[in-house]
Design a protein around this ligand. Structure first.
Ligand SMILES: [Zn+2]
Length: 676
């Protein structure tokens, strides 16, 4: 797919001020916006391989490819975004955002065809005023169908993200016209009908709207867009102020968990125009505070609707997981800061795979870091949906996640490679992929990234350049913060041993079939959490207690319209109340023995196929028991006089992302640290 070079810089003759920065290969920010270090590639440039390809194919065969059949009352022809009189709020757009990204990433014509009627209806729906989308306010919601607030700004923000993806894959110019007219309508209408005119969601999620306004500005240079951007920023919940100058996070002020995951990127998005470091400081402060006061080892935070403290039985909503990933990918492009890539891998490789079944047919509304029983009962969450919130099903808990979860892996795949502002390519997080993109003098090359990462420490890149040409460009690779002995080889020769926590740039003239090998050895680390419990971490992976579990399908005759006709419960068949034996710092590596298991290419994200295990020792804590369906209050670590069994047992830990039931935060037992 040879796209003329000029295509991507054709905007700079339209408006004089929007100065092109010479990055003729891909569209960077235009003046006065800051230049970004990394640029998203056109959708379809990055393909998945290995386990990631299996994951995406699972989505196609599973609920992502079939949600219209599985959830017809919302995703069928009656959907308002297809012109029907049914659901007209966020759910249809949520699904299509994931589906369209999957469809073009797989270049799957069947899936592309499924998205097209939505795109066509949306593009045809625009009125002379610039308004688009459903326009009829029905008096009432039908059960499980959202039919009010037709004009709400919020679902349109999701639709704008869909249209950006569609344009990225197809360059259909109708998108540019629709957005331009809609943004004129927004500029005219927002002063009277601000973001929270219909519902409060848009005020917390205005960053998504702002992001697309800048995206369009970079393509058209229309100055009214900067005026609109400032207006949207002013009407959006003031995250910068809240993060920097208040105790909102520390005090677990009632903020909605998904709004936080989604809104955390707003200061970084606005930073592109403000150029004021306080906006990046706000984001970094927020991440540090969230970890400290609400954090869990899988990279998420207690947020079962409301933001909660760091107790590992507090729920984590699936929408928060995929939205936090989207936020981290966006912030990464703007800042290039390694901490956000490290964090992204942590969420993607721990929280996300754990919350959805291998066949991509069932998911949990809430997951728990310490999750010992997946059953229908009321837990100590800030909100319960008939006790179904942790059960695996397509409709347990609440159906936002049913619709929104599809974006996680496809967008993660898309952003596994960025173009760089200096004409190169960057892999800021690692996964089995391949990228086809233009570099240097505009030559289109392919880089194959061969790895079983995160289950393997080595990543191998092979550069493929057509017709024996040579081409100069920088290849940028992230060295994670946890990687203290990284090494890099080029064509079999040692190239460097880079320090941790940086992005390195390999600048050279590349030849077809050049090979770069990156080794990122990791060590087991123990990290402290709630009640001084520890998590066992190695590289991007958190390791959790492997609990034998029994899956049972439960027919739901009580309230099938609400929570589905069936769901799955998972109960433990082996003990979970273990404390880890405390040992001195210099004994940790021998106390936690890493075992690499043969993997024949089977899907790795389940307890049976987990490619890595850690063996260690533990004692049972006899009075650590169930409480309201969850692991009871965590015994304080190194509790003096703890009621533990005499027997020291060998236990097996597996990656969090491979687990269904688990202990992720363990109390420490034993005497080593007792007097500290
Ligand atoms: Zn949700």
């Amino acid at each position: 797919m040879a796209i003329p070079l000029l295509f991507f810089s054709c905007t700079n003759n339209q408006k004089d001020d929007a100065k092109d920065r010479g990055d003729a290969l891909y569209t960077n920010n235009q003046s006065p916006l800051r230049e970004n270090p990394y640029i998203e590639l056109p959708l379809g440039s990055v393909k998945a391989r290995g386990w990631l390809k299996q994951m995406l194919m699972g989505q196609k065969e599973g609920s992502t490819g079939h949600l219209d059949e599985l959830y017809p009352k919302v995703m069928g022809e009656s959907n308002g975004w297809l012109g029907g009189n049914g659901d007209q709020w966020e759910r249809g757009p949520y699904w299509i955002h994931g589906l369209i990204t999957l469809a073009y990433t797989l270049n799957d014509h069947e899936l592309i065809e499924k998205t097209q009627p939505w795109i066509e209806w949306i593009l045809d729906s625009q009125k002379p005023s610039g308004y688009f989308g459903p326009d009829t306010d029905f008096e009432e919601n039908l059960p499980g169908v959202q039919r009010t607030n037709a004009a709400d700004w919020w679902p349109r923000m999701v639709v704008l993200k869909i249209l950006k993806q569609y344009y990225s894959a197809t360059q259909d110019e109708r998108v540019i016209d629709l957005m331009t007219n809609y943004f004129k309508y927004q500029l005219e209408t927002l002063p009277e009908k601000p973001l929270d005119n219909w519902t409060f969601w848009a005020r917390y999620r205005g960053g998504d709207n702002l992001m697309i306004v800048y995206w369009l500005y970079n393509r058209t240079g229309d100055h009214f867009l900067l005026e609109l951007a400032d207006l949207i920023h002013k009407q959006t919940f003031n995250y910068t102020h809240k993060f920097l100058e208040t105790d909102m996070i520390k005090d677990h002020e009632r903020i909605h968990c998904v709004n936080l995951a989604q809104g955390i990127k707003e200061p970084a998005i606005y930073y592109q125009h403000s150029n004021d470091d306080k906006h990046i400081k706000a984001v970094k402060t927020a991440f540090a505070d969230i970890k400290k006061f609400s954090g869990q080892p899988q990279g998420m935070y207690g947020g079962d609707e409301a933001l909660r403290n760091n107790n590992p039985i507090n729920g984590v909503e699936l929408c928060s997981v995929v939205e936090l990933m989207y936020s981290l990918e966006t912030i990464l492009e703007i800042t290039g800061d390694v901490q956000f890539a490290d964090h992204l891998e942590r969420v993607a490789y721990n929280a996300l795979p754990a919350q959805i079944t291998d066949d991509f047919m069932e998911r949990q509304y809430f997951q728990q870091a310490n999750q010992v029983k997946v059953t229908r009962e009321h837990r100590n969450f800030s909100l319960n949906h008939g006790g179904t919130d942790v059960c695996f099903g397509l409709f347990t808990g609440y159906p936002c996640c049913t619709s929104n979860m599809h974006q996680g892996w496809p967008i993660f795949t898309q952003n596994a490679w960025y173009a760089t502002a200096d004409g190169g390519l960057a892999a800021l997080y690692y996964a089995p992929t391949e990228v086809t993109a233009k570099v240097g003098d505009g030559t289109e090359i392919t880089v194959e990234e061969e790895t079983n990462y995160p289950f393997e420490d080595n990543v191998r890149f092979e550069i493929n350049i057509p017709e024996g040409k040579q081409v100069s460009f920088p290849l940028k690779l992230r060295i994670p913060e946890w990687s203290q002995s990284a090494s890099l080889m080029v064509n079999g020769d040692e190239y460097s041993t880079p320090e941790a926590n940086q992005v390195i740039s390999i600048n050279r003239q590349w030849t077809d079939k050049d090979v770069v090998e990156l080794k990122l050895p990791a060590q087991v680390e123990l990290n402290r959490w709630h009640e001084r419990a520890v998590s066992v971490d190695r590289g991007p992976l958190n390791f959790v207690l492997k609990i034998d579990s029994k899956w049972e399908k439960v027919n739901n005759t009580k309230d099938p319209d609400r929570y589905g006709e069936y769901y799955y419960k998972v109960t433990p068949q082996s003990p979970w109340n273990y404390g880890l034996i405390d040992v001195a710092e210099d004994k940790i590596q021998e106390q936690y023995e890493l075992i690499r298991r043969q993997n024949d290419g089977s899907f790795p994200w389940n307890p049976e196929n987990a490619p890595l295990e850690i063996k260690t020792k533990a004692r049972r804590i006899q009075n650590w028991k169930l409480y309201n369906g969850s692991a009871g209050p965590l015994p304080y670590s190194n509790q003096y006089g703890a009621k533990t069994s005499d027997e020291v047992e060998a236990i097996t830990l597996i990656p969090y992302g491979c687990s269904n039931l688990r202990i992720s935060e363990f109390p420490l037992v034993g005497n080593y640290h007792v007097m500290r």
